[in-house]
Design a protein around this ligand. Sequence first.
Ligand SMILES: [Zn+2]
Length: 324
Amino acid sequence: MTEAPLRWQIGDAVVTRIVESTFEGGLDTFLPQATPEAVLAIDWLRPNFVTAEGILKFSIHALVIEADGLRVLVDTCVGNEKPRAAFAMWDMQQYSFLQDLELAGFARESIDIVLCTHLHLDHVGWNTMKIDGRWVPTFPNARYLIERREMAGLRALEGTPPSEDGLETISKAMLSDSILPVVEEGLVDLVDADHRVSSAIRLVPTPGHTIGHVSVLIASGGASALITGDCIHHPCQLAHTDWSIVNDFDPALSAQTREETFAALAGMPTLVIGTHWPAPSAGHVHRADFGYRLGEAPQDRLSRTSRSSEGSLQTPTGRSLPTS
Ligand SMILES: [Zn+2]
């Protein structure tokens, strides 16, 4: 097992983190402003999120939400045996993810919904697995929810000539090995960016990293949590919400989404669970001397918030999370 599962109780819902891999550096070139000097100046990042040398730490993990009688798997990591030549660290991997998922109590046949926050290679990998040389859905009894503009953007690459661009080549490979096989089995539901999954779970539009990127809001029993997806990659972007990664679809919109999201969450009891944040992977957002910072996560404890209508997140002044 890569790392023991972390688990958070959100009212009657439970969120479990299943790690596929963790690493230091590796994505630093995507966040050029986050130099060792700049991140060492943010003292609360050490030791969990930054090494003593100022290198960023990341985690690739999936989050299983158990709520309303459903098991919802949010983001499916990199996957095994996927050809990703332009991204050597994720090329043709062999992870123990499926075994770790099962050890945590989640047989793949028991997953009801697979939810991809966006269609990048580290969020769709376990949509499929290779059996007898064929890509087949890993979660045969699940509906796979994909935001409709995400799907349209990726499918626009179908039938286009081979590209010199390594990332575009990966996108095409991802489409054919991780998306189309679940489409062909009739398992995909295209949804809007504010889709309600169940009484306790709904999507929140957090565009910028990709055109139709979504985060996942869980509201149950007066408690709430937000799974970020990649509207933020690393906690250093709390201190500097204007630090966008270089391959964001719209870096300015990505920065605006972060600022509005964390302005709305600052000082609120909503637990924020980061999709690429290494352990403890979650916490509460507070205003800081510059930007925002992450406070302690009440792991295995209830995170209480005042009841609000339909689980919406609002600041004391009534400002909501961005909805467009
Ligand atoms: Zn990612």
